[in-house]
Design a protein around this ligand. Structure first.
Ligand SMILES: *Cc1c(COP(=O)(O)O)cnc(C)c1O
Length: 403
């Protein structure tokens, strides 16, 4: 949609936490009150000079920001469009997640909390949270499904080394959804002393707003770097979407540049059948999960469906409310990439540029390559959300099985 009115697109949620009809708080009154307190404290702190000084110091000297903007010359020459990578893979702990984990831990400290509670699926958010908790001297409880604990041993070991308690979740399918359920109920009992640190721009208000704020550093840097490097804005920007935090972090700075086309890439997994993908914006319908309204993959009974992607950081049946809003007003486009195409892009970036991407980020690369072929001589900015070290063993096993 070309928007000719002076409508403000880069919005904060309204006071009840809604972006259009998405978001909100669908929880019991006690938690609502506590979340309101966190929202108020956050809204004050985000403009507090001391808070920002401490955060910016850490982003620079601990995370190693600003992350580089890199013109991928080989990839560009091969596919006929200029592809630029925002290198979140170079951050301490190897992905964008540290941006919001540090922010959440600082917030916890300012609120006088002594503990961080979080859930994790593949363990990436758990490691980033455990890292920030260690740095800030906070206790850290990470809830993780038993199935994931067995699958993701290196990350579980890292969390333990960093001093976190990894709590094995035994209910249901023993994966991410149940881990969120149990972390929430633990938080209900401990909210006087603990803060809940969510892993993406999902969950009840104010969490999507808080995570978005801390991730928006990606787009602020990238827009400035892009202008310095090329004297223009990109024609299109691309990021993978699980819950949507790295994507919204990039998109925010460009939302009002209406000439910049925006693409969020969802995982098509094995295909379009329910249970075979995690493309909530593409195949989901309006529903409620974990206390907020969004586009949701649902089974025939209206329960959250099982989500699947080869990239475990992308397999969540819901998605951030601001993405649902941006889709509904036509400002951002959401597309899909299959497991197989992501796997190919994983090798393609590794072999043309010497950069091994996370399987999540490989979805964005796959779309950028396809888009480059169809839009020659344009400038494409891709958010490389993380590095692929964590995926190396899995990819080698997968190759063995398929050969
Ligand atoms: C967790 C993760 C994602 C998905 O999360 P978003 O909130 O959608 O950004 C993407 N890439 C990497 C490397 C991750 O670790």
């Amino acid at each position: 949609m070309q928007n000719n009115t002076q409508q403000k697109i880069n919005i904060f949620p309204d006071k009840d936490g809604f972006f259009g009809s998405y978001g909100g708080v669908f929880l019991d009154e006690n938690l609502k009150k506590e979340f309101k307190k966190i929202a108020d404290a956050f809204l004050e702190l985000k403009d507090d000079a001391n808070f920002n000084e401490e955060l910016n110091y850490l982003l620079k000297h601990y995370v190693d920001r600003p992350s580089a903007l890199y013109h991928a010359k080989n990839l560009s020459a091969k596919y006929g469009a200029d592809i630029f990578l925002k290198r979140e893979d170079l951050n301490h702990t190897g992905a964008h997640k540290i941006n919001h984990s540090l922010g959440e831990a600082l917030l916890a400290k300012r609120l006088g909390k002594t503990k961080i509670i979080a859930e994790t699926g593949a363990g990436q958010h758990g490691v980033a949270t455990a890292t920030a908790a260690a740095l800030m001297g906070l206790e850290c409880d990470i809830y993780m499904g038993e199935v994931d604990i067995q699958k993701e041993k290196p990350n579980v070991d890292k969390m333990k080394i960093l001093g976190a308690n990894v709590i094995s979740v035994q209910s249901g399918k023993r994966t991410l959804k149940e881990a969120v359920d149990e972390a929430f109920s633990a938080y209900l009992k401990e909210y006087d002393t603990a803060i809940y640190a969510i892993g993406s721009v999902v969950g009840p208000h104010p969490f999507p707003m808080i995570v978005e704020h801390f991730q928006s550093v990606i787009g602020k840097e990238a827009r400035k770097q892009f202008l310095e490097l090329t004297n223009t804005l990109p024609d299109s920007i691309v990021a993978c979407v699980g819950g949507g935090s790295n994507a919204i972090g990039l998109f925010d700075a460009f939302l009002e540049d209406l000439q910049v086309k925006i693409y969020g890439v969802e995982p098509l997994g094995r295909g379009i059948k329910t249970g075979d993908n995690a493309a909530s914006l593409t195949y989901g319908t309006d529903g409620i999960i974990h206390g907020f309204r969004c586009k949701l993959l649902q089974d025939e009974n209206g329960n959250p469906a099982n989500a699947y992607s080869i990239a475990s950081g992308l397999d969540y049946p819901g998605v951030g409310p601001k993405h649902c809003y941006l889709q509904s007003i036509g400002r951002a486009n959401y597309v899909t990439v299959s497991d197989e195409d992501a796997m190919q892009a994983f090798f393609e970036l590794s072999r043309t540029e010497g950069i091994i991407p996370a399987l999540e980020s490989a979805h964005a690369i796959a779309f950028a390559i396809k888009y480059a072929k169809e839009n020659q001589n344009t400038k494409i900015l891709v958010n490389l959300s993380g590095r692929g070290d964590k995926d190396v063993d899995f990819v080698m096993e997968h190759m063995k099985k398929n050969n």
